[in-house]
Write a protein that binds this ligand. Structure first.
Ligand code: ATP
Length: 235
């Protein structure tokens, strides 16, 4: 579904990503893990179009994504839930969710999608009329994920959904992602610093260090890999 080939990208002519190749097959849950500053957010921005690549190719469902302007990419079925949540603080929970339903697919599916979002995150139903800025960090993350789902995407990209959350709340978010994927067969691409949780949630992962893919594998494999165990799992 998403194919990234030999991608280099960065800022002001200085590359952050070097020769990155990543494949996400339809229906899979893929994680990209790695330390702070590895270039994970830059990779997502290149996919959604706010950073222009220096070299390489990205195709989505066979379409040359780099030829599609950033504002059109959500309409192809790509939703990007950004780092730091970025909800609209003065708008209500419901208004934030509705803002996500701006694609044609999202508008058509809106009633059904909303029902599912509220099943997955019942607290959002309880807080539907409350300004999103008054919610807890975990609840705001649920709004951000719900807003991504509201566009009825084929691919949901999540940039560090656990950031700044207490472990129990982060675990809940990971558990919900697994459930959403199980029920909806959505393709998920997750970027995470919490490597253990990401490797438990996804079925295939890439390790990105200093802008390069240094390791790739199905999660059983990666969890058994000595380098991953030492560097990321504290074993
Ligand atoms: P984090 O988890 O801290 O967000 P990351 O893996 O997502 O890390 P990026 O945010 O992609 O990493 O940053 C990778 C590198 O690119 C860092 O060295 C960062 O300083 C640099 N960088 C990020 N954004 C910009 C920018 N707008 N201009 C210049 N350099 C940037």
């Amino acid at each position: 579904m998403l194919r990234i080939a030999q991608l280099s990208a960065g800022y002001s002519g200085v590359p952050v990503l070097h020769d990155v190749s990543i494949e996400v097959e339809e229906g899979r849950f893929v994680a990209i893990v790695g330390p702070n500053g590895a270039g994970k957010t830059t990779l997502f921005k290149t996919i959604s179009g706010t950073v222009a690549p220096m070299a390489g190719a990205i195709t989505f469902g066979g379409v040359d994504l780099l030829a599609v302007p950033a504002h059109r990419r959500p309409h192809l079925g790509i939703a990007h839930v950004p780092e730091g949540r970025q909800v609209f603080p003065s708008l209500t929970v419901m208004e934030n969710l509705e803002m996500g339903a701006y694609t044609e697919a999202g508008r058509i599916a809106w009633a059904e999608t909303l029902e599912r979002i509220l099943e997955w995150f019942p607290v959002l139903g309880e807080r539907r009329g409350q300004p999103a800025g008054t919610l807890s960090g975990g609840e705001q993350q649920m709004v951000a994920i719900g807003r991504g789902l509201a566009s009825a995407p084929k691919l949901l990209m999540l940039d560090e959904p656990s950031m700044g959350l207490a472990p129990a709340i982060a675990d809940f978010i990971f558990e919900r992602l697994i459930e959403i994927r199980r029920q909806s067969r959505l393709t998920i691409l997750l970027v995470e610093q919490r490597v253990a949780e990401a490797l438990e949630s996804a079925d295939h992962s890439y390790v990105l260090e200093a802008g390069r893919v240094v390791l790739e594998g199905d999660n059983q494999e990666l969890r058994a890999d000595d380098r991953v165990r030492q560097a990321y799992l504290g074993m």
